[in-house]
Design a protein. Structure first.
Length: 650
């Protein structure tokens, strides 16, 4: 069996709740009608409304979830019953912060939960919403009541217009399917400020907040928010409809004496026990009127391109009546829009991760049952820069500096304190012809607040020289406190040896290892242990000494120590000419699936294999005849989906 799922969202005071109209609605161009289909609303074809998926109904409305591999998954379900029990994750089909149909799409996610016995459920007994995640207990395997078993869940956030400004309201949409529709059902959507995660082998939560396991909201004496914290949206569904939604935020109980500027307290407060300093306090909008809506599916509603796997491991293509539940919440009206928080960051989000849970009864403090997550929700990659030459030499006049993880909808602006940039100072890369410090500033969209910055220092060494086209690729992966460095070169007969240089500040490097070159070898690797490293980051570069004692340098690689034990991928070299080296970091032995799409969205290549725990380097060829340009690479590592931009050069 499984866990149930919560729909949770923001709240009005209970007087507002009783007056709230609940039913189908089009909010910010998105259909909240108990149905998954774009261009289809209230059981009728209607061109123009967006939704989770599209089943072929023509019209201007778009689907928001990436359906990569859907047909293959459903085909495998037909022949492999064990495969039906595995979860998977799909993100938004558009880059975050894309403007589509005149709406700003921030992020979306679809998750299929574990089916059958699993350990992503709460143990019977005392697990409550007000507890610290440190104290939640999860069994090795246990069933839950059918009405508490979550099958699929989905979340989407968008603005009602194209601009990240207060006039374009911020909306959150949620949906979930459950196993059994009998009786009332209770769900929570919990939003965290920290990178909380669940470790399935140990069945424990980690990375939770500092205030009794959460992050508390902070206010000044005037009621202005000085620091956002965790949020929980709790929803109750009767036998045939959504009956109520409540929003709560995690606070120090003393904060209830303050009158917030953005919302009202509704009188509820629940922590781990009576007398707790921290707990979830209910909030409601400052103004009257509808702020949420929700409804359920009719019988035989389409269950989406991935079909639906029931608790008995059967596969069906439609929902029964009330099996799929859907809601929307106006975050702006509730006072949780980042535009109104902390100076008005229109491109921000009021949370970082989401955990969806089911509850035993309508009481907020009743026992928790099933859960899905926690999962990232819109964490755009923060700009990290690298240079093809970190040292300008006597015969090297130009260094190319680029953002190594560019995000399609971000805006990158470059500046320097003491160097010189050749040409434009905008875009994901620049060329420089002078030693100095170069800074990139990342905005998630033009006009937004600064999201991230990164710095590259270029040095000058008058005595070093370059071997033209010598370094073909230099990359690495971090796993279990070990950095695996890989590089390939040409013209081996001109190289005497390599020195691996290491730094904790990116400026001062020391030589840590020496690797002799061989005319018979053009690919090299070296592992470096970081057990005694206390720095937040570590940098590596290659120093290449040729047979005439001339020196050249590679680009500089940087690793965040916080990246330990996190799955991921990287491409090297990139641009690719004929063979792509795909570096994969996996926490376990895993199956991987690779998909490459051209700029028009056509699937150009697929690749499937297995990888071992840790770092794996895969050589993928066949690009020699492809047109030069930019391609989209999507890699599924188990249930984790990663995307990268692949540049093909000639």
């Amino acid at each position: 069996m499984k866990k149930i799922f919560y729909l949770i969202i923001l709240l009005l005071s209970w007087s507002y709740l009783n007056a709230q109209t609940i039913g189908s609605a089009l909010k910010a161009g998105f259909g909240v009608d108990g149905d998954l289909r774009a261009n289809y609303y209230n059981n009728f074809v209607q061109s123009g409304n967006d939704d989770w998926f599209n089943n072929g109904t023509p019209g201007a409305g778009v689907s928001v979830i990436d359906t990569t591999g859907a047909a293959a998954i459903v085909a495998r379900y037909a022949i492999d019953p064990a495969f039906r029990q595995l979860p998977f994750y799909r993100g938004m089909k558009y880059p975050a912060y894309s403007v589509v149909n005149n709406k700003l799409l921030i992020d979306a996610v679809f998750i299929r939960d574990y089916h059958g016995d699993d350990s992503t459920i709460f143990a019977s007994g005392g697990n409550k919403n007000g507890d610290s995640p440190a104290n939640w207990s999860c069994p090795v395997a246990q069933s839950v009541p059918d009405k508490n078993e979550i099958l699929d869940m989905m979340v989407h956030v968008r603005r009602a217009g194209p601009n990240p400004v207060q006039s374009d309201s911020l909306w959150l949409f949620g949906g979930l399917s459950i196993e059994n529709t009998n009786g009332d059902r209770y769900f929570d959507f919990e939003m965290y400020q920290t990178d909380i995660y669940y470790d399935r082998p140990s069945r424990k939560f980690y990375g939770y907040g500092p205030d009794a396991g959460h992050t508390s909201w902070k206010f000044d004496a005037s009621g202005n928010i000085t620091k956002p914290g965790d949020i929980i949206f709790s929803a109750d569904y009767g036998s045939s409809n959504l009956t109520s939604i409540e929003a709560r935020i995690w606070v120090d109980k003393a904060s209830l004496l303050i009158t917030p500027v953005g919302f009202n307290w509704n009188g509820s407060f629940d922590g781990a026990a009576n007398g707790s300093q921290y707990g979830y306090a209910g909030i409601s909008p400052k103004t009257s009127g509808n702020f949420y809506t929700g409804t359920v599916s009719i019988n035989n509603a389409w269950a989406g391109p991935f079909s639906l796997v029931r608790g008995d491991n059967s596969v069906v293509t439609t929902y029964t009546a009330d099996q799929f539940m859907e809601f929307s919440v106006n975050l702006t009206k509730l006072g949780l829009d980042p535009v109104t928080l902390l100076g008005g960051n229109g491109c921000g989000m009021p949370f970082r991760r989401i955990l969806v849970k089911s509850r035993a009864s309508t009481s907020f403090t009743s026992a928790l049952k099933d859960f899905v997550g926690p999962f990232d929700f819109f964490l755009a990659p923060r700009a990290k820069v690298q240079a093809d030459q970190s040292v300008l030499c006597g015969l090297i006049g130009v260094s190319h500096i680029e953002v190594k993880n560019p995000f399609p909808t971000s805006v990158y602006t470059w500046s320097t304190t003491n160097g010189h940039i050749i040409g434009s100072t905008t875009g994901s890369s620049i060329n420089v012809d002078s030693a100095g410090t170069y800074i990139v500033t990342q905005q998630l969209q033009s006009g937004c607040s600064v999201y991230a910055t990164d710095t590259m220092v270029i040095f000058f060494n008058s005595s070093c020289f370059i071997l033209a086209n010598n370094i073909l690729g230099f990359n690495g992966n971090l796993f279990n406190k070990q950095v695996q460095l890989n590089w390939s070169v040409s013209q081996n007969n001109q190289i005497a040896y390599f020195e691996i240089e290491k730094s904790i500040d990116g400026v001062h490097f020391i030589s840590t290892s020496k690797v002799l070159a061989s005319s018979q070898v053009n690919k090299y690797s070296l592992a470096d242990q970081l057990i005694e490293t206390s720095a937040a980051q570590v940098y590596y570069r290659l120093k290449i000494i040729n047979t005439k004692d001339n020196i050249s340098y590679s680009k500089t690689l940087r690793f965040s120590i916080g990246e330990f034990n996190k799955p991921g991928i990287s491409i090297a070299p990139n641009p690719v000419r004929d063979v792509m080296q795909l570096n994969v970091t996996s926490l376990t032995e895993n199956k991987i699936q690779l998909f490459i799409y051209d700029i028009a969205g056509r699937l150009m290549k697929t690749f499937r294999t297995n990888v071992s725990k840790g770092n794996s380097n895969l050589s993928i060829s066949g690009f020699k005849e492809w047109p030069a340009g930019i391609y989209s690479l999507k890699v599924l590592v188990g249930e984790n989906l990663f995307t990268e931009k692949l540049v093909l050069a000639k």
